[in-house]
Design a protein around this ligand. Structure first.
Ligand code: F6P
Length: 539
């Protein structure tokens, strides 16, 4: 049965017609004497605060959205995930990233998880203290994480976010792209005697990662590292340890993850080794503790006051009823620079699906396009469109109340911009107000000075950017994605959509480099592109 035929969906459709023209500024203006919208729609969970009041919602909207969550079995999907049931049926796997941050010994795979974490911590302590050295006896100062997608985006985002907690003598680099420029730029900056490469790949077959890992290994040897000393400079993280050893990494330098950890949900596992190396085991534990705080909130808070549930449902409200094509993540924090790209994979690889769990196709849109940039930079690039373009883009503003750096005088300016943007987007500027601003001499400017307003946003607040608050923030989005998947009746834990391009990529690569190629194998566009590239490559 399609979600669209549920009674809560029909009720939401009718409710949308009732409130589609209602204006947020009127709702805020009309709250005198009543409990304010800010009070009604601001919630706390997992140590974070979420102000949903600038969304185009009423109490009735939330009541109906929560009814939709109940009708689509969000709670059952959540509980099945935590219990380790097969919630990824196309790959016949559980999705137990929550077990990686669980504290109870009764949690699934607790012994395995604890043992691997202890190995990671011992290794991280050895590297951080300088007792683990490179082949010439020098301490490790350069950590190069080689991975892509979930084996790159999460660790990179967290290492950047927690740079203020990082070991002062260790620099972290992330190489993901098969474009040699990515690795080449890092090679210019590292010293082979002081470099440790972490090759991270769940499958250990990924083209980009294996290509970069081989090139780095060749470079180390060219730079003088004896083959038999490579173990000092290479560790591997994978759910396929046999392949890691085949690649030439010593068995004792292999850290394991498991098939029940999805790539884009894996930073909590050994995939986060680069995080632990940068900030140390204690902060890594705090990251896990923050995620666990959010897990507990997600499991126990009533749906009406549950942050991931409400974020997911409000996203559905815009995607499926307002027909919003995209949503923006605007962290007002340079430290969270890579959060939007991390969320792109989390949201779009998880929920960019058309096949429902029962194999039929959806008759409603699923994942919105997720995009973003830190504020205030975005204000000077694309906010024009958010304020005055005809398209409505819902926004998640994320603000950190206290700075993690010494330049405290910047902070009121940063926060002011964040809060002012959500206010301006919500209020807009009426024709009358624009007429006042234009003045009597310039009536022709009025249309250009009008802001439609009524542009919705959520503001998330972190007291400070700590490992713990960051863990909670990431887990909030992970669970939001699950909530949406449950409502859309899709599997958020597989990614078949990446396969076709990979298969054709191998064919095209062979055609680019082989002595001859058969143009008729491809369409005329692809053949012509290959022919031009063959000439340039001298094939
Ligand atoms: O191509 C998509 C993908 O499979 C992602 O889901 C995954 O995070 C990434 O590639 C990397 O995969 P692996 O960790 O196996 O190298």
């Amino acid at each position: 049965m399609t979600t669209k035929s549920l009674s809560s969906w029909s009720a939401l459709s009718a409710h949308y017609e009732d409130i589609r023209d209602a204006r947020l500024r009127d709702w805020f203006a009309g709250e005198q004497g009543n409990e304010s919208r800010a009070e009604r729609f601001t919630l706390e969970g997992g140590g974070l605060v979420a102000d949903f009041s600038k969304n185009r919602i009423t109490d009735e909207t939330l009541r109906l959205l929560v009814a939709l969550a109940r009708e689509t079995g969000v709670e059952a999907r959540r509980d099945a995930m935590f219990a380790g049931e097969i919630v990824n049926p196309t790959e016949k796997r559980a999705a137990l990233h929550t077990a990686l941050r669980a504290t109870s010994p009764a949690a699934p795979f607790h012994a395995q998880v604890s043992a691997e974490r202890a190995r990671m911590a011992a290794f991280a302590d050895a590297v951080r203290s300088g007792s683990w050295t490179g082949y010439t006896g020098k301490r490790i100062r350069h950590i190069v994480n080689i991975g892509i997608g979930g084996s790159d985006l999460g660790p990179k985002m967290v290492v950047h976010a927690l740079a203020h907690l990082a070991h002062p003598q260790i620099s972290s680099y992330f190489v993901s792209n098969v474009d040699g420029a990515d690795l080449a730029r890092v090679l210019e900056r590292i010293d082979p005697e002081e470099t440790l490469a972490i090759v991270v790949s769940k499958t250990f077959t990924t083209l980009e990662t294996m290509t970069n890992a081989r090139s780095l290994r060749d470079w180390l040897v060219q730079q003088g590292c004896p083959e038999n000393a490579l173990a000092k400079h290479f560790v591997g993280v994978s759910a396929n340890p046999a392949e890691v050893v085949k690649f030439g990494i010593a068995q004792e330098n292999v850290f394991e993850m498991w098939d029940w950890v999805g790539g884009r949900y894996s930073l909590w596992s050994a995939v986060g080794l680069s995080i632990m190396l940068a900030v140390g085991p204690e902060h890594f534990d705090a990251l896990l503790a923050g995620a666990h705080d959010m897990d507990q909130h997600f499991r126990s808070a009533p749906l009406e006051r549950n942050l991931p549930v409400l974020m997911g449902l409000i996203g559905i409200w815009y995607r499926n009823f307002f027909d919003s094509q995209s949503y923006l993540v605007a962290p007002y924090s340079e430290a969270l620079h890579f959060l939007p790209s991390y969320l792109q994979q989390l949201e779009m690889e998880s929920n960019g699906k058309s096949a429902r769990l029962d194999g039929a196709f959806v008759d409603y849109p699923t994942s919105a396009v997720t995009w973003g940039e830190p504020g205030t930079n975005g204000q000077h690039a694309f906010f024009q469109m958010l304020h005055q373009g005809p398209t409505i883009v819902p926004i998640d503003f994320i603000a950190v109340l206290t700075p993690e750096h010494p330049l405290a005088s910047h902070h009121p300016k940063l926060l002011a911009n964040c809060f002012a943007q959500s206010e301006a987007l919500m209020l807009g500027r009426t024709v009358e107000e624009a007429t006042q601003v234009a003045g009597p001499d310039k009536p022709e400017l009025v249309p250009h000075l009008v802001f439609p307003g009524n542009r919705p946003s959520t503001t998330l607040l972190l007291d400070a950017l700590t490992a713990r608050s960051l863990g909670a923030l990431i887990a909030l989005y992970e669970h939001k994605v699950l909530v949406q998947a449950a409502v859309w009746n899709i599997n958020p834990f597989d990614q078949w959509g990446v396969e076709l391009g990979k298969i054709l990529g191998k064919v095209v690569e062979a055609d680019l480099t082989a002595p001859a190629f058969e143009a008729s194998k491809h369409d005329s566009s692809t053949s012509a592109l290959i022919a031009r590239a063959r000439r340039a490559l001298g094939s």
